[in-house]
Design a protein around this ligand. Structure first.
Ligand SMILES: CCCCCCCCCCCCCCCCCCCCCCC/C=C/C(=O)SCCNC(=O)CCNC(=O)[C@H](O)C(C)(C)COP(=O)(O)OP(=O)(O)OC[C@H]1O[C@@H](n2cnc3c(N)ncnc32)[C@H](O)[C@@H]1OP(=O)(O)O
Ligand SMILES: Cc1cc2nc3c(=O)[nH]c(=O)nc-3n(C[C@H](O)[C@H](O)[C@H](O)COP(=O)(O)OP(=O)(O)OC[C@H]3O[C@@H](n4cnc5c(N)ncnc54)[C@H](O)[C@@H]3O)c2cc1C
Length: 671
């Protein structure tokens, strides 16, 4: 954070920091995943942020669309050099996935880098889908930025339904090449980040045909532009998809092929091969391993959701400590808006959710690494559970994060609507994550498939995998006895999930018994399947969050343990109160216990209140990363708002030319 001198800090914020009764740094270490991770992140920030400080002469939002793109490319090139020449020195290849790199990127780009997909999907797909020989060929080029790549899977006609993609890659043994073709308008690749104007290579997911037979979708590395002139190659039509709600510097593009040839070796062959003579050889033991990059990105998106929500919470909490409004008690000074319980209700759940998603995200990452290790030994048994886990966690974390970022904007009143608060941009960026990399509903339905199967296994007494083990107890189908202890609440959330899953399974069974096909019975049950999947996901987040807090604070100071547990308890109680209907249905909770729970919630808000600023300080965002007039460390909110206003191009002259051109003639009746 940019602390400046204490004298510059808003007095209310200063007082808040004096009130904080826990060691902020200890919480920072927990959030970062350990002291070593924090130190590494700070090292990276120290290197990169010096340069970022002077990277923009004019605020990004004051540039026109084309200027913004050019500016984003310029900054991406500066940033890539820092990554290559300095950050990789600090941490090696690990830097590419490190929180330090993620954070410093935000100091360079208020919006999005057109290189984001190069790093976010192109490089990971090379690592995940290429043979070692192919990796040796492509990876150094990509890391040196000699080539820039995009990931083009989605088409104009299909995004969700990958099996429905229409782009074809037909093997020609005579020349040992694949012929890429876009047979219809709807087969046009659409949306890929970095593709429109920036990338010269692209991973293309296409239907593979060889020896007259279709083998389904496979990934290919496709050169699309000349490395020197950057002109698209003959047979390639590429461009920008048009203006979007956000992501306008991400260069999302379209791509069409007209009988375009690439060498056989450009098929990514880790999971399947086509031999010189056109013979198709399946290497992978699991059919869906070609979807591996999506699973990887979904896993990372959970921490991405936490990170962005933490930024919004920092902005809104600091602003709420500085902002004073209304006079609830006559004759007394206007209170800080953070003192209103309704404001605490809006904001403390944001801090708690950022913690919940970050700790669950770290746990998911470790699970992902364990599954990868199994797969390297040829064991893919845990893949379905990882797919189910990552699908629902991606869906719920991105959706919650977007909704709560918008809530932070509401919490900042009118000033939250200013672009300079950074909340609108943050929202437009995060709300896209609910859609991309698998739409919310679609992913929850993927998890639901796994849950219904698990329920059937539970009913027949089979052993269940860890994340659904709770279904075994629930197979008894009795209401769980409510208790407002943490364990009791988690058990109740699990009972809700189990009850909902059971109801879905029963509904499907009932429909099929009366002659409905299984597919139709499934469709008729999808509204409740989505709800069951979400309930399962929430129960899992609650369990993982509490488990991680207990584990990670075991060796912490008592005050850190207390505040971390208060937040985690708040998260559980919040969701219990949000889902009282479900609890009444699946647990023994009654009116008096609900009243007790409401009181407990209000007590927790009051307990957390003195530590609120300390808690957002513990996210440890430097001002260069927050980009916010409302959320800077020093709380000079009004000064910054004024300074930013004066930068508006509309303040360059006292009278605009449109006055003379239109308004005056209108007033004089001469228009
Ligand atoms: C040195 C370098 C310097 C560089 C410097 C650069 C500077 C840049 C600075 C910027 C850096 C900042 C970094 C920021 C990082 C930010 C975060 C990451 C950013 C990422 C951005 C991403 C943008 C968006 C990308 C995309 O959206 S890509 C497209 C994604 N598309 C989808 O997700 C499509 C969704 N659809 C599907 O997944 C599937 O089709 C389906 C699951 C819906 C259905 O599939 P299908 O029909 O085939 O399957 P079935 O329903 O029939 O199911 C069959 C069975 O298969 C199982 N299944 C399905 N999927 C999987 C799977 N993935 N894994 C395992 N199993 C799977 C089902 O469960 C079924 O099983 P069952 O039959 O047993 O039930
Ligand atoms: C900012 C952004 C960046 C992107 N970047 C990339 C990229 O780099 N590369 C890339 O390949 N793609 C990219 N995409 C595309 C993205 O992956 C898809 O948009 C996403 O997977 C959703 O697919 P869709 O657009 O086909 O939506 P659709 O599937 O058409 O969804 C529309 C609606 O239909 C519903 N629906 C669809 N199928 C079902 C079903 N089976 N059951 C119930 N409801 C259903 C959905 O829930 C949704 O409400 C990007 C998208 C965005 C917004």
């Amino acid at each position: 954070m940019t602390k400046g001198t204490q004298a510059d800090v808003n007095p209310d914020l200063k007082k808040e920091r004096l009130k904080c009764n826990f060691n902020i740094q200890e919480v920072t270490f927990i959030i970062d995943g350990g002291k070593d991770k924090t130190l590494q992140r700070k090292k990276i920030e120290d290197v990169a942020l010096n340069i970022a400080a002077s990277i923009d002469e004019v605020p990004e939002e004051c540039l026109n669309l084309k200027e913004r793109y050019d500016n984003a490319v310029r900054k991406s090139c500066v940033y890539s050099n820092i990554v290559k020449n300095e950050l990789l020195e600090i941490t090696g290849l690990e830097a590419l996935g490190s929180p330090g790199l993620r954070r410093t990127a935000d100091a360079f780009f208020k919006d999005v880098s057109p290189f984001m997909l190069h790093l976010g999907m192109f490089v990971p797909t090379i690592i995940g889908q290429c043979t070692p020989e192919q990796q040796a060929h492509w990876l150094p080029k990509a890391l040196e930025m000699q080539i820039i790549g995009a990931y083009a899977q989605t088409e104009l006609g299909h995004g969700t339904f990958i099996r429905g993609l229409e782009t074809t890659a037909t093997y020609d043994p005579a020349t040992e090449e694949f012929v890429l073709h876009s047979p219809t308008l709807t087969s046009t690749k659409w949306w890929a980040g970095g593709l429109g104007n920036t990338a010269n290579h692209c991973i293309v997911v296409a239907q593979l045909y060889t020896k007259g037979q279709c083998h389904g979708t496979h990934p290919f590395i496709v050169p699309i532009r000349d490395l020197d002139t950057h002109e698209p190659f003959p047979g390639v039509k590429v461009g920008d998809v048009g203006i979007r709600m956000g992501f306008n510097t991400a260069d999302n593009g379209f791509l069409r092929f007209n009988q375009y040839r690439i060498p056989r070796e450009n098929m990514m062959m880790k999971n399947a091969k086509v031999m010189k003579d056109g013979t198709y050889v399946k290497v992978a033991r699991h059919e869906k391993l070609t979807y591996g990059t999506m699973v990887f990105v979904r896993v990372t998106l959970v921490m991405e959701a936490a990170f962005n929500l933490a930024k919004a919470a920092t902005i809104a909490v600091r602003y709420s400590a500085v902002r004073r409004q209304s006079q609830p008690k006559p004759g007394e000074p206007e209170p800080q808006i953070l003192d209103y319980p309704t404001q605490q209700h809006k904001l403390f759940i944001c801090i708690a959710t950022a913690h919940a998603l970050q700790l669950t995200g770290l746990w998911l990452w470790r699970t992902f690494e364990a599954v990868l290790a199994d797969m390297r030994k040829g064991d893919t048994d845990s893949l379905p559970e990882l797919h189910a886990l990552s699908s629902c966690l991606k869906a719920v974390s991105t959706s919650d994060s977007a909704a709560l970022i918008e809530q932070c904007r509401f919490a900042c009143g009118g000033h939250g609507y200013m672009l300079s608060s950074n909340l609108p941009l943050l929202y437009s960026f995060v709300t896209a994550t609910r859609t991309y990399e698998g739409d919310y509903t679609v992913l929850l339905l993927q998890t639901a498939r796994f849950l219904v199967k698990a329920w059937e296994q539970a009913e027949s007494g089979k052993v269940l995998t860890p994340t659904v083990a709770y279904l075994a107890c629930a197979a008894a189908k009795e209401k769980v006895v409510w208790s407002d202890s943490v364990d009791g609440m988690i058990r109740s959330f699990q009972a809700v999930a189990a009850g909902k899953i059971a109801a879905c399974a029963e509904n499907i069974k009932r429909l099929t018994k009366t002659g409905t096909s299984l597919e139709d019975a499934w469709q008729l049950s999808t509204v409740r399947l989505v709800a069951a999947s979400e309930a399962h996901c929430r129960a899992m987040i609650c369990q993982a969050y509490w488990h991680e807090v207990t584990r990670l604070t075991a060796s912490c100071s008592a005050s850190v343990k207390i505040v971390m547990e208060q937040l985690a308890t708040l998260y559980l109680v919040y969701w219990a109160l949000e889902t009282t209907g479900d609890l009444l249905r699946y647990s023994t909770i009654c009116e008096s216990e609900l009243n007790k729970l409401q009181l407990k919630y209000e007590e927790l808000l009051a307990l957390i209140r003195p530590n609120a600023v300390g808690l957002v300080d513990a996210f440890d965002f430097r001002d260069e990363i927050l980009h916010s007039t409302l959320g800077a460390y020093d709380g000079r909110v009004y000064e910054r708002l004024m300074e930013e206003a004066l930068k508006s191009p509309l303040n360059e002259t006292s009278v605009q030319s449109s006055f003379h051109k239109y308004i005056r003639p209108l007033a004089k009746g001469k228009l």
